[in-house]
Design a protein around this ligand. Structure first.
Ligand code: NI
Length: 193
């Protein structure tokens, strides 16, 4: 398992809800948490590791030692958005790129955990921001899609640089072709959604 970088097509994949939890899914989730901590992330969505599944891992403190802040959410749904706040965001799929993003600062998250229990959380501040950022991923939306025109201009060049790097790696065969990626996602999706 490996974190894919912008503009990998999996980051644009709209994930469908998972229909079951099993040991293989729990293994994938554990691997996602490991990768998230390895790269000092607060959250990691399945499409960031080239999987078409509707789940993400998060630790609201970004600290592996604080287990009560660690969650894996399946089929997350966000409701009751209120307030508005602007804060800087980054993303493990956009190394070195940070920009302010406006989002509601209070939300309700409904999701399932890896034991199949339904969870309701009222979140505010950074946790609210994190679950919105990660749920966006599952819809194929990335944080740079939500920038103001001025902030969008500021990240244009680093984005183009990531795009050139991606194209180069694809050309050298280090990354599968877009067609191969789409075929694989379709096959994986059939297994669990
Ligand atoms: Ni992200």
């Amino acid at each position: 398992m490996k974190i894919v970088k912008y503009p990998h097509p999996c980051l644009r994949h709209l994930s469908k809800p998972l229909v079951r939890v099993d040991s293989e899914l729990r293994r994938l989730a554990a691997e996602m948490l490991e990768l998230m901590y390895e790269f000092d992330g607060v959250g990691l969505a399945a499409n960031q590791v080239d999987l078409p599944y509707r789940l993400f891992a998060v630790n609201f403190e970004g600290d592996q030692a604080i287990k009560e802040q660690e969650f894996v959410f399946l089929n997350p749904v966000i409701t009751n958005r209120s307030g508005m706040d602007e804060a800087e965001e980054g993303c493990l799929s956009f190394p070195g790129i940070y920009a302010p993003v406006r989002r509601p600062n209070k939300v309700t998250l409904t999701a399932f955990d890896l034991s199949g229990n339904e969870i309701h959380l009222e979140l505010e501040g950074l946790p609210a921001r994190a679950v919105q950022h990660e749920t966006d991923h599952l819809d194929g939306v990335v944080f740079v899609d939500r920038l103001s025109p001025t902030n969008e201009m500021a990240v244009r060049e680093p984005l183009e640089s990531l795009a050139r790097q991606f194209a180069g790696e694809q050309q050298r065969g280090l990354i599968a072709s877009n067609e191969q990626i789409a075929t694989r996602l379709g096959e994986l999706e059939k297994l669990r959604t």
